[in-house]
Structures are given as C-alpha cells and as structure tokens.
Design a protein around this ligand. Structure first.
Ligand code: ADP
Ligand code: F6P
Length: 477
C-alpha cells in the first residue's frame, strides 16, 4: 500500500471518491467506477494535477486506508449506516436534491437528517484540514458539502477555499423553504470563490444571500457580515475531456463495437438512445411517453425505429427513486408488449453501468440522442455524445432545462413538459437532411472542444486564485 504524504498543495473534497469499493459476501474487494458527472469531470482533471481527493468510498463502516487509483491519491471518509441513511440518502438526496431541482418531487425535512449532514460535513472538513499543506488550495464539490467551506476556514484560515455547484442553485422562493437556509448560505460563504453552472444559478445564490441573510451584495460579490471578506459567485460551466474521449471514440475496436451494436439491434434505420442515471430529474418518463405516442400514431415503428434506454442504477433506497424505477419498468413493459415483434423490441432497457469504451460505442451507434431532463445542472451525456460523433453523424435532442442547452443552442431543443413539442423535436431530428445535421454537429463539437474540462478547471482555479477579484486574462486558459 502506498504511504500517504502528510500534506498536499491541492486537495479536493467530494461526497464520492472516483471509485467505489464493493466487498462481496466472500470478502473479495472490487473497485468500481462511481456513477455521475462529477466523477467523470474531476477524474480527468485530477490526472493532470498532483493532489489528494477526499471522499466516501461507497460502503458503510470505517473508512478504508488511503489508496492510489489511476494516479490519484484517494483519502476515504467513513460513513456509518446511519450517516448513509440520514446524510446521503436523507438530507442530500431527499431534502436538498428535490429543492435544488424545482421540487419535481416533494422534499422531506427531518431534523435528525440535518444533524447528520452537519456531522458528516465536519468530518470532511477535518480530513481536508489534516491533508492540506500550508496555504494549499482546497476545492470542495457539490450540494452534499455546503457546510465544509466555513468549517474548514475555522480549522485552517491559511488555505484558499473554492466550492463548485454541479447542480442548479434554486430560486430564492424554493431555497427559502429549507429550515436551515441561513446555515447553508453561511457555510458556503466560508469559501473564497463559488462556481456555478449557469449565471442564473450564481444570481440565485447572490439573491438568496441578500434576501435571507440581509447581506450587502454588488453584482457577483457578497460581503460577509462581521468580516472584511467578500465572496465572488460566478458561472463557470463544466465540460468533458474532449480530446481524451474523442481519442477513445476513434479507436478501431470502439468503432467496430459500434457497428456490432447496430447489427445486433437488426440495423434499424433510426436508433434512438437515452443514457441517464435512473433519476426523476432526467425526464425519462416524458421521453417514453413521447416515443409511445409516436408508435401509437404509426409515425415510428420497430424494427425501422428502436430506442435503447440505459438507466443507470442510482440512490435505490430513496423512495422517489424506487417509485420511478417501478413506473419506468412498467411503461417499458407496456410499450414492448404492444409494439415489439419477435427479435425487434420497441425499447431495449438496460439497468447497468458500462465501461467507457462501451458508452462511446453506444454514442456512435445512435442516430438520435435523447437528453430530456426536467432540470439538470449541466448534463455531461449531451457533451459526451457530440464529442464521440467525430463522423459528424447523429442528432442531439436537448432539453432547454439543462445547463448544456445554454451552450449547445444548435441542438434540436425541446421542452420535455410539452409532449407534442418533444415529439416534433424527435421527428425533426430524424427528418432533417444529413447535410444540415452534419453542420449542426460540427457547431456543437466546436463548442465542446473549445470549452473542454481542462479549460473549465484552469478557469476555475484562476478564478479561485484571484478571488474576490476577477482573474486577469493571462490567468485564464
Ligand atoms: P449526473 O451527474 O446527474 O449523473 P451527467 O449527464 O452530468 O449526469 O453525468 C453522467 C455521467 O455518468 C456521464 O459521464 C455518463 O457517461 C456516465 N454514465 C451514465 N450512465 C452510465 C452507465 N450506465 N454506465 C457508465 N457510465 C454512465
Ligand atoms: O452532479 C450530480 C451528482 O449528484 C454528483 O454529486 C454525484 O456524485 C452524482 O450526481 C451521482 O450521484 P450519487 O453520488 O448520489 O450516486
């Protein structure tokens, strides 16, 4: 086992480590890649930086010893069964997640969940404080760790602290429902710089500080009451490792696998694809409804048209996720019962995680990529899809309620609540002449390649270094 250095100049803290440890009944330990966009993005950034990553290794109980994986130093934080139930499944994913995603399902408020959230955030702050070198840079991530910036500042006033919000930041009218709204804002104001996916998210945060803390604010700056500190809140949208993923997608084995996927689906004229964590924010039900109506109306029919829906297992013990899984699987069953033929299912439903190569092959195989969230901070799947389409094939149907839509305007836009509109976008994506689709794909790819995850990280770190002032141009990649 590699020995842990005592301190690091860059420490990142995120709820999850990039890999989960999974112990089987016979005691063997398997290391699996963790789900979600945060890990996809930060893993590629950390490969280029020498630093430590503090996070949960995905199992309950004592933290395993620190370990290295893929050239990244990983420092696990332990979560007990109660911490997982109250801090992770409860406060993070049944209180904050719904409030931060437009209350698509109702949020639950429990004081013992809040206690656990404070306790676990303190544990993360202490782990980071012990690892950070004097004057180090600490980059905290996402809604699970909003108290860490202030807790860490109390422990280590010498370090520079940034926080990045991977999900939306809600309008003050929704945020104000939280009984612990002031504590959350004060927790975040412990940072030097706060990054958000969209300007609207940064503005929502500044407005919440003004209205709920009576903080003095000026444009993107919030003055911290009782101190001389000012915190900047700005939009720096996250992205994908364009070069790395494109290289992967160009590998002959990946391209051959893509052809093989189409072949095993019976070489449909149109292959539609959805790839999402099985989450109610992703609009999977709306997508299936639109697809089913197109089948009913005879505008689509298998085997000419088929849909592959990859629904990655997620947060399976949280009630709303269990309910959603039941609904989706019932709908898929109904559609297939009605419209499949032997050897030609209308929907191929896959409830698994796959290696990156397989995902890249799937993206290349798909004629139409359906990204239809009701609300999504960014949606990296949309950016991954266009990155993999080096052949300029394919078409992206993209919800206006994703952060990605603010950058990828040329996509076939949709409002997933408007089922007729969604159907039209799907049909347009299929019927637009290939030359026009190629032109669109070229524009989408240019945007992602010019604004890749390396540039995102460089911009973020430059903003953090210069906070609360704006970074000078030469500091930004
Ligand atoms: P979120 O962070 O909400 O899950 P994103 O679209 O931003 O949503 O990121 C999801 C990430 O997880 C992407 O990198 C995507 O490729 C990956 N992913 C999603 N489903 C799977 C799966 N079944 N197997 C492997 N990777 C997946
Ligand atoms: O970015 C959204 C996000 O919630 C990340 O914070 C998280 O790591 C990922 O999606 C997957 O969710 P979870 O960690 O709850 O499985």
């Amino acid at each position: 086992m590699p020995s842990e250095r005592s301190t690091y100049d860059l420490v990142i803290a995120a709820n999850r480590l990039p890999v989960d440890r999974v112990t089987a009944d016979d005691g063997t330990v398997e290391i699996r890649r963790s789900p979600g966009g945060l890990v996809t993005a930060m893993e590629s950034v950390m490969r280029d930086h020498d630093g430590a990553w503090v996070g949960w290794a995905g199992e309950t109980g004592d933290a395993p010893e620190p370990f290295d994986d893929g050239g990244i130093h990983l420092h696990p934080v332990g979560l007990s069964a109660e911490d997982v139930a109250f801090y992770y499944e409860g406060f993070s994913n049944d209180t904050l997640w719904p409030i931060y995603h437009d209350v698509i399902v109702p949020a639950s408020f429990h004081r013992d969940w809040w206690q656990a959230y404070q306790r676990v955030n303190q544990r993360f702050a202490e782990a980071v404080a012990a690892l950070a070198a004097p004057g180090a840079t600490v980059w905290v991530h996402d809604y699970q760790l909003q108290l860490v910036p202030a807790m860490l500042r109390r422990l280590r006033p010498d370090v520079r602290i940034g926080w990045f919000d991977h999900i939306p930041f809600p309008p003050v009218e929704l945020f104000a429902q939280l009984p612990w709204r002031s504590q959350l804002l004060e927790g975040l104001l412990g940072a030097d710089f706060l990054g958000f996916q969209r300007q609207a998210d940064a503005r929502n945060f500044v407005r919440a500080c003004r209205q709920l803390l009576q903080a003095r604010t000026k444009r993107d700056l919030v003055h911290v009451e009782g101190s001389s500190r000012t915190v900047r809140a700005a939009a720096i949208p996250i992205s994908v490792d364009f070069k790395g993923l494109e290289r992967l997608a160009k590998q002959p084995e990946v391209m051959a696998r893509s052809a093989q996927i189409r072949e095993s689906l019976g070489n449909p004229k149109v292959l539609m694809l959805g790839v999402d964590r099985l989450d109610y924010t992703k609009g999977i039900r709306h997508r299936l409804k639109a697809y089913e109506e197109l089948l009913v109306e005879g505008r689509f029919s298998p085997p000419d048209v088929t849909l592959v829906q990859v629904a990655t297992p997620s947060r399976e013990r949280v009630g709303a996720y269990r309910t959603l899984r039941g609904e989706i699987e019932q709908t898929v069953g109904r559609i297939n019962g009605e419209y499949s033929r032997i050897g030609a299912p209308a929907v191929h439903y896959l409830h698994h995680s796959y290696p990156r190569e397989e995902m890249a092959a799937l993206f290349q195989a798909a004629d139409v990529m359906l990204v239809t969230p009701l609300r999504d901070g960014m949606n990296l799947v949309a950016k991954e899809y266009v990155t993999c389409r080096h052949d300029l094939g394919g078409a992206l149907v993209l919800s206006e309620f994703t952060g990605a839509w603010h950058e990828l305007h040329q996509a076939f836009a949709c409002n997933p609540h408007d089922i007729e509109g969604l159907k039209q976008a799907m049909v347009r994506a299929v019927n637009t002449p290939a030359k026009d689709r190629q032109r669109i794909m070229q524009a989408l790819r240019r945007r992602v390649s010019d604004h890749d995850v390396q540039r995102w990280a460089a911009r973020y770190l430059a903003a953090l270094r210069s906070a609360p002032d704006r970074p000078r141009l030469e500091q930004v990649a």
